[in-house]
Ligand binder design. Structure first.
Ligand code: NAP
Length: 301
């Protein structure tokens, strides 16, 4: 465990209800229990199979397909379904929430949470959105693990006027599962993540798609020589299709903006190759190498 986790402190929450027991939901459920952050952790999922799996794996105390049953007595509710489902989930849980409840989420885009969930929150319920910048390309309750958030950032994006105690509790929860918390405006979050996460995924999806359109014999060569860089893209392009559809549908402006910049930069490199400007390429690659070293120094590699 990292030195930011505090397993011996009293539980922050009595009862946490996690909605969506996939990779992130099940990892958080495991971590909240393992590090004593919540006295009781229950979950709701639309899939009876996922609920059965969560019980079989001992991830939660109770798993149900019934939202009302999961929310009963919860002092923290965590939305851990794809971002595109938040409006519907928000609408369904709104009438079930009692005043004083804190609602958070783990969605990869943040303005959409305020837009889609915010209007459904009754008076006295505190919505404090969050995004753990941690994950893998796997999905489902079996894919999760308690240490997923350790040494990772969690970006919390409270709306203006958010309840300070609720904000403190959500931030503290992430610290206790090993993350470092950064408080950020939702709009800024979406712009930063567009370049650090969304664009790289789009590029990976494109490259792997392009390769798969090639002739059969060439395709086998692609697999054979995949260690030459392509393999890393295939791992990223194996990420959950629904989750990524929803990210692009809900961070449209920031992604299109950064894609425009990227296209211009790509064209500049294309031009350097065409005109044999080796020094332009070398300068560029030298700068990007320094960025990689910076990431390693920041322990985010
Ligand atoms: P996941 O493993 O696929 O789990 C998602 C869960 O939500 C599944 O149990 C799924 O049920 C359920 N679900 C899907 N669509 C739903 C709907 N319309 N209504 C209700 N439930 C629905 O996904 P995940 O990777 O944990 O992602 C969950 C959230 O975490 C997303 O908002 C994502 O943006 C965010 N996040 C993901 C990562 C990552 O790397 N994976 C990192 C940070 C944040 P079914 O099995 O029936 O579809």
């Amino acid at each position: 465990m990292s030195d930011t986790a505090a397993p011996l402190a009293a539980p922050l929450f009595d009862r946490v209800a996690i909605l969506g027991i996939g990779l992130i939901g099940s990892s958080l459920a495991r971590a909240l229990t393992e590090y004593g952050v919540a006295a009781h952790v229950v979950c709701a999922d639309r899939s009876a199979e996922a609920c059965a799996k969560a019980m079989e794996l001992g991830i939660v105390e109770r798993a149900t397909t019934d939202l009302a049953e999961a929310l009963d007595g919860a002092d923290l509710v965590v939305l851990a379904t794809p971002v595109g489902s938040f409006a519907e989930v928000g609408e369904r849980i709104g009438p079930l929430l009692r005043p004083g409840t804190i609602v958070t989420d783990v969605g990869s885009v943040k303005q959409a949470v305020l837009r889609d969930v915010g209007p459904h929150m009754p008076e006295g319920v505190h919505l404090i959105p969050g995004h753990p910048v941690a994950g893998t390309e796997h999905s489902g309750p079996e894919a999760g693990f308690a240490t997923l958030f350790q040494g990772r950032w969690c970006i919390v994006t409270p709306p203006s006027g958010a309840n300070p105690e609720a904000l403190d509790k959500v931030a503290e929860m992430w610290r206790r599962v090993g993350s470092t918390v950064e408080i950020m405006d939702a709009n800024h979050h979406d712009r930063v993540l567009a370049i650090t996460s969304h664009l790289p995924h789009l590029i990976a999806y494109t490259i792997v798609g392009t390769a798969s359109y090639l002739e059969d014999d060439t395709k086998s060569e692609v697999i054979k020589f995949s260690a030459g860089g392509f393999r890393d893209f295939t791992r990223i392009a194996a990420s959950d299709p629904v989750m990524w559809r929803d990210i692009f549908m809900n961070n449209r402006e920031a992604v299109l903006d950064i894609l425009q910049r990227f296209t211009e930069d790509l064209t500049a490199l294309q031009r350097a190759i065409r005109w044999g400007e080796g020094e332009v390429l070398q300068d560029h690659f030298t700068k990007t190498r320094a960025i990689r070293r910076g990431i390693i120094d920041a322990r985010q590699a």
